[in-house]
Design a protein around this ligand. Sequence first.
Ligand SMILES: [Zn+2]
Length: 302
Amino acid sequence: MPFDPKTDAKKVQGDLITLGYLPKGADDGKWGDGSKRAVKRFKRRAATSVYRINDAGAPADCGQADLFTGAVDDTVTDPTLAEMQKWITRKWKAPLGRFKLKTQGGATLREDVSDAWQSLATKIKGLGATIDGPYGDSKRRLAKVTKVGASSFSFHIVGRAVDLNQGLGGPPDHRYYVAKDFIATGNFWRIWCKAEKQDGTQGKEFKKGELEYWSFWGKTSQKAPAGWYIDLTTKITEDGKFERIKAHTGWEDNTNKSEWWHFQWVADKQATFEDECELIGITSKELKDAGYSETDRDRAPG
Ligand SMILES: [Zn+2]
């Protein structure tokens, strides 16, 4: 039987409440924009992401073969109704809070991101370099922002990004020598970390004048002292779990826009900021209350 909003709205709204896509009490029998949005969010999650939780709130991810194969839109087709029943039968719910947050080594991140960052920090320490804290930033609170260089849709808000200790980018404890790595895909940075041991057992040797870096304090190109340096950017990114980002336009005048310190988790970026927030337990209501419009919530995260 095809969906008829005149007679079926209340039932489908009830199912969307069970699935966690509409708030309790939203089954008023009127098929409006809120119901349509809930359907679209459900179908996007069902089609593009394996994350699910069960009745008890525990992870209950599905396999790739269980993904919904219909179109992601706000129409209630027969396959849509069948998919909703499949979720209800399997006790799947919207993955609100699928990932917990975890604080380790001074950084608060999503638990999977946190564990990966800590094991990377251990590996890098063994090479004679460091990505230890104190960090510039890790988990940032939910808020629309006005600060230059910050984003209201930042991966920091959803526990996927960490900012290295900027203090090591200059004296008195200068370890990070940040070189321009301006390539076809954008203006990136390459961080050379001065090796702990300077006896030739760690890193790559640069003779006097060979390693050019950018001084964000002097706003000039400088030459690093002769010595042994580790390509920290490669070490952080080589296994594909973390990535650097481009400098924002205007970085020359405003160091906040350079982003040389920022690294973020690569895997499973969600299509919308709202879906990304859902994974760490930020509800749609919290987003609304914080001033995020529907357009904001549908924006890509980052
Ligand atoms: Zn950052």
